[in-house]
Design a binder for this molecule. Sequence first.
Ligand code: NAD
Ligand code: GLY
Length: 362
Amino acid sequence: MSLIHTLKVDLGDRSYPIYIGDKLLAQASLLGKHIKGHSALIVSNTAVAPLYLASVQQSLDAHNIRHDSLILDDGEQYKTIASVERIIDTLLQRRHDRQTTLVALGGGVVGDIAGFAASIYQRGVHYVQIPTTLLSQVDSSVGGKTGVNHALGKNMIGAFYQPQCVIADTSTLDTLPARELSAGLAEVIKYGLIRHAEFFEWLELNIQKLIDRNQEALCEAIRVSCVCKAEVVAIDEREAGIRAILNLGHTFGHAIESTMGYGNWLHGEAVAAGMVMAADLSERHQWVDKKVKQRTIALLEQSSLPIKSPSEMTPDQYMNAMAIDKKTVEGKIKLVLLKNLGEAFVTADYNPELLEQTLKYC
Ligand code: NAD
Ligand code: GLY
């Protein structure tokens, strides 16, 4: 049997495990033991279901859990209230009661939608995350942020709602398109930049192995990323403070995603360009050494990620979109910036002229 890393998100009576390893979907007991009632609804999408739905269904059968499946359309443009309604409709039509469990099988889009549906169905039912993209294995499945987009802003409707467990089967990454693997690497690199300089250095040495999908290297990158995320979430579950550092590059990135049209720039791609902008603005303030931005760009480039924002976006478009960011308070846009490699901070106290230069030249 393959090695499983088990981590814990430590949140008192809402604590839960993250399992990371190869071929975990074949281990029926992992899922079975986290389903408390006798029914489940698997939520997946048209790309993932043909690959992995049968395996999840077999695990539920092995534990005599009655199950239904709902297959959503694939794509960020379906991360909407309408998809949440489809889940609720199915739960009611198939008579799922408050003991049911939702099983989110897919990337961050499926996980965010299904988690939010779980948070509101009959005022909250259990759910399990089975993330199948690198991005969702290192980030979105952990920490309980759930929700959907609004035409005017990314992730504007949602809830903090923790899952029962996260099962990250690294062998599902074998079928992931290369562009999606790269998008996930953006969030992996983020952890090095915000909290873990040594991990950043490890990434500089091992990036090619990750691109080549070396299982051992992927497992290690996912493990360290999840350790970083679990630590931050345990300190600040509802983002009253430090959790905001997990959004390095995201204020710029969300502006790119919503302005360019959801799904055109992948979330990880927008975050990559956004992290370069955050490093650039930090450098313009002389808060970080030049080398930090250079090293960030080099690692993102090696990961085939964008290092420049869309040329057609104007500073005004950025400012309009960033004004809707969830970190904005009383009109003041807060940004996550860098003090050092491995050290991020949140501030509204930056020079607006330098921000304008970053928006113009990055
Ligand atoms: P995604 O869910 O759209 O998945 C990317 C693509 O890969 C999709 O086409 C999907 O169907 C396909 N796919 C998934 N697994 C596959 C597999 N194993 N083999 C083949 N194809 C597969 O995108 P994502 O990058 O996983 O997630 C992005 C979303 O996550 C965004 O909506 C973002 O806002 C959200 N997010 C949420 C959090 C959070 O804390 N909740 C954190 C980061 C990102
Ligand atoms: N991805 C940001 C967070 O979970 O807080």
